[in-house]
Design a binder for this molecule. Structure first.
Ligand code: 16G
Length: 245
């Protein structure tokens, strides 16, 4: 299908969506590729710009395309999967997919734990914890914003680390002798707010996955409480379930 039928039951925007879907599935348009503009599509397929825009917007909402401000619309890369079976960190997850992880440290400090953080870390509110806010990227594409709070004796030494060059989990395990044992993780659906949209380079209101993770070094001894916001259309969390016998 490569033509728009003017008569018939299917609306034009829908037909254009199907044409574009096909271009992705037969790899005419590759992941990361810039697609033609609204104007080009409307001229090529003889329809108004508004109709072309509707087709593009729907495919953005479905996660097949993503927009970058001032640059245009691109074909999405495959979603990144985090298996909810093994306790892994971001760097490991991205490398396992054959992509290049990178990090931008947005802030780093010793800050007083708020009620919730204190509750998860089992400490008193107000106690100083190492707090790290990072933008996480895969092949230079922003994927998530993470705020980690860490509490262990000597955690303030992390302030001297280069956390753009090093994985936090690797440092904890190799340099600080903090061997991670297990974690609890919650997932919640949400929408990207204006503040996050700018950093993640997605439109305000795009789908988001909020996660909260508490990682333990021993049963009942939490070391990290982290809240992350993942771009919903770029990330999949996977788990396998067994029925109790
Ligand atoms: C993951 C964890 C985060 C942890 C980070 C360590 C989730 C939801 N969060 O992103 O809690 O701090 O990995 O990654 O999975 P790193 O070792 O690459 O610094």
């Amino acid at each position: 299908m490569n033509t728009i039928y003017r008569k018939g039951p299917l609306p034009r925007y829908y037909q254009l969506k199907e044409i574009m879907r096909e271009k992705i599935s037969n790899r005419d348009w590759l992941p990361g590729q810039l697609i033609p503009s609204e104007r080009e599509l409307s001229e090529q397929y003889g329809m108004s710009r508004m109709t072309a825009r509707q087709a593009i917007t729907e495919l953005v909402n479905e996660g097949l395309f993503y927009r970058e401000q001032g640059k245009g619309t691109f074909v999405s890369r495959h979603k990144i999967t985090q298996q909810l079976l093994h306790l892994t960190g971001f760097t490991e997850d991205i490398r396992a997919r054959g992509q290049r992880p990178s990090t931008r440290v947005l802030s780093m400090s010793m800050s007083p734990a708020d009620e919730k953080t204190a509750d998860y870390l089992r400490i008193k509110p107000g106690q100083l914890v190492f707090t790290l806010q990072r933008l996480r990227l895969a092949d230079d594409e922003p994927l998530a914003i993470e705020v980690s709070h860490l509490n262990f004796i000597g955690c303030e030494k992390l302030l001297e680390e280069d956390l753009e060059q090093h994985s936090l989990y690797q440092l904890l395990e190799t340099k600080y002798g903090m061997l991670l044992l297990e974690a609890e993780q919650e997932l919640e659906a949400g929408l990207i707010s204006s503040k996050e949209a700018e950093k993640l380079k997605v439109p305000i209101g795009s789908p988001a996955l909020y996660t909260r993770r508490t990682a333990y070094i021993e049963r009942n001894q939490p070391i990290e409480y982290a809240r992350s916001i993942y771009c919903g259309h770029k990330y999949v969390f996977y788990t396998s379930l067994k029925r109790e016998q």
